[in-house]
Design a protein around this ligand. Sequence first.
Ligand code: NI
Length: 387
Amino acid sequence: MPILNRAAEMQEEVAGWRRRLHQNPELNFDVFETAAFVTEKLKAFGCDEVVTGLGKTGVVGIIRGRRGDGSTIGMRADMDALPITEITGKPYASGTPGKMHACGHDGHTAMLLGAAKYLAETRNFAGSVAVIFQPAEEGGGGGNEMVKDGMMDRFSIAKVFGMHNMPGLPVGQFALKPGAIMAATAEFTIRIKGRGGHAAMPHGTIDPVVIGSQLVGALQTIASRNTDPVESLVVSVTKFHAGDAYNVIPETAELAGTVRTLKKEVAKSAEQRLRDVCAGIAATFGAEIVLDYDANYPVTFNHPEETVFAGDVASGIAGEAQVHRAIQPLMGGEDFSYMLEARPGAFIFIGNGDSAGLHHPAYDFNDEVIPHGVSYWVKLAETALAA
Ligand code: NI
């Protein structure tokens, strides 16, 4: 079964919403206008319940099927943008310098709204659909906040599904895998306190720049020498701040970065090694090194049965040859992981075609994706909740 006719007819309308959202990006939990837009649309579609303020600024719409009995499935989109200045030059480009929809969450929100409109019109299912619009996916854990607010129990959500666009994957194709599909993330900050002094008299100093450089090198061995090479681990130092002058050895240096893993035991041993390396380097050079380590999003883990189901739904729309069911996991993080820890479900990628990459200032969500995404959501609801 190809794209739904009605979904194709809705493309222009949904693209209009998408562009409006694109022009007005909001960050983190501060998605007030976006949430208000979503709320207004869900009410206009005739959703049976529209609840706002979940997980601070999240919105959930409940659509009951023709037959009310049956379970509830959750379908989730993210609403937040990124702190990037857009360079697309598109007529609907961000109106706010320093903020842009560079991850396509504008498209995700618009497609789920399109599906909500369709499902509220047709209601060709038993049970209920919960359309979930979350804030703060790009850091902040808005998905976690919604789960902590009791969303799953409050709406009796039995299963939950998520979708993200993927640049480089052709439009009309889908990709997923069972098990770990995206990484667990952790952030670390390392503060080195040495002894500053004259750059020409280094013997009287404890140089935090030299110590920091040793540390950057040593941290690479956590992946290359402490971890089974067939496991997945990323340790990236992404900040190194020290010093202000040509002739002064600074007193302190600060490093920071991220750790990505697909397994709990790898995450645990990486953290321990990071602590050991910091302690060892501190002892070697006589500096004081303080490490702050914050485990962040968990692994996005696709439940096997629901992954097969989501792949079958995608296959019904796109054809089996267009559905990649065993992709490599990505080492990016995704806070839909919290919803998948709370309920069984699956996360799927949808092709965005030949666009700039995610989080790039030239990125733009591809409106040609809309009928594919709307059809996926509609068929997923109608199949999971067959009347
Ligand atoms: Ni994203």
